[in-house]
Design a protein around this ligand. Sequence first.
Ligand SMILES: [Zn+2]
Length: 313
Amino acid sequence: MARVLFLGGLGRSGTTLVERLLGELPGVCALGEVVHLWQRDLRDDERCGCGAKFSACGFWRRVGALAFGGWHNVDVDRVHDLRDAVERTRHIPRLATAVEAPEEVHEYAEYFTRVYAAAAEVSGARIVVDSSKHSALAHVLRWSNDIDLRVVHVVRDARGVAYSWTKTVARPESDGSAEMTRYSPGRSALLWTAHNAAFGLLSRRGVPVRRIRYEQFLTDPRAALRELADYAGVPVTDADLGFLGDGYADLRVGHSAAGNPMRFSVGRLPLRRDDAWVRALPTAQRRLVGAVCAPMLRAYGYPLNPAAVPQEA
Ligand SMILES: [Zn+2]
C-alpha cells in the first residue's frame, strides 16, 4: 500500500517549497501537483521538473508503464469527466458527509492511487508526495482503500497569499507567453477561508492532517522538516538534512510533474520569509482580506494588526 503525503492549502501558500525540501529527504519521492498531470502532461506534454518534456522523461515513462501499461491507455477525457463530477469545491460538503461514496469517486481516486503506487515502486521511495493542494481531491482520496493517506495542511497569512495572487508570474513550462492565474484580494480571501476550512473538515473525518504555518516553517526549516518527516514515517538524521544551510537549501533535480515554477529550481535556493505584503498590499485591500479572514487568521495564530507581523524571521 503506497504511503502518500498530500500537501494541501490554497495556492501561493508555500506548498511547492515545502515539497521541494521534502523531496530532498531519503525515502521520499516528490511528484508535484498530480491533479494537473492529466491535462498539462499527458495532453499538453509540458515539461517535467527535470527539464525534459513529460513524454521524454524516463521516470514518468516508467511510472506510466507500471500504472497503466503506458500513458496511452489513460482516457484523459474520462479523467476530466470524473473530475467535473466529483472533484469540485462545491462537492466537499457531500464528500465529507457521505456514508458511502459514489462509484465515480472510487474510479477517480483509482487514477491517482495507481500513479502513487507506481511512483513508489519506480523510485524505491517509502513515501510519495503529491502537492496537488486541492481540498476536494483530498476529500476524494480519503475514500481510497489502497493508500495510506497523510495530509499536510499548509497555511500562510491570508494577506500574504492575497498579495501574491495579485502579482504576475510567468509559466515557463508552457514554452509560451502563458501566465499563472491572478485573483483579486477579495476573491482570494474567500477562497482562503473556504479551502482552509475544508481541511479542518477532513481532519474531523478521521484523516490524519498536520497543519503547518508557512512562516513558521521558514523560521526553522530544519526543525520543521524533521517534524514532517516523523509525521510521514520517514525519520531523518542530521546528515540527511545536510542540504540545508543557514538561510538556504541546495536542491537537486526532481521530477515534479506540474505546479509552481519553483519546481524547476536546482542548486542553491535562498530560504527567507516574504513579508512584502506588509508594505506593498494597499491598506484598503489589506483591511478587506483581514476582515473576511479574521476568524481563521485568529484561529491559526496570526496577528490581525500587520504592524505586529515580524519583518524578518
Ligand atoms: Zn522528469
